[in-house]
Design a protein around this ligand. Sequence first.
Ligand code: CUA
Length: 156
Amino acid sequence: MHLHRYEKYWLIFGVGTLVVFLSVIGVTAFAHGHHPPSHMATVDAENVRASAPFDEPGLKKIDENTYEATIIAMTFGYEPNKITVPKGSTVKFQLTSQDVVHSFTIPKTNVNMMITPGHINQSEHTFKEAGSYLVLCNEYCGIGHQNMQMEIEVTD
Ligand code: CUA
C-alpha cells in the first residue's frame, strides 16, 4: 500500500494526539488523590451495623479538643442525625453508607465527601465558631434525597 506523504504526516499526527489525550485522561483519572477519601479502608457493605466501628455510631471524645464521629449514611439520613461539640473542637469524621452513594457535605467548610458503600470515608474539620452547622447530601440518592441532612451543633 502506498501512502501519500501528507497522509502519513496526518496519520502520525492523529495517533500522536490520541496518545497524548489518553495519557492525560489516564494520569488525571488515576493520579494520587483520586481514590475514595478513605485511605482505602473498607467495611463489609452487607453488614455495616455488625462491623466496627459502625456497630456503635456516635460521637467519641479522643482528647481535650478532638472528637471522633462515626456516622452511617443511608436513604435518607444519617445516624446519628445530630452531634454536639464545644467550639474549637476538631472532629474526625468516619462514615460509610449502608446502601447507595451519598455525600457528607458541610457547606462553607472543606468537608465534602462522597460516601461510598464498602469504604470508610474520612475527613476532619475544626469548628472555630459556635453555631448550628447543617450537613447535606449532595449526591442524588433517591426520592428523599433533598431531605437527607443532619446537624452539628457547636456550643460556646
Ligand atoms: Cu443521600 Cu442524596
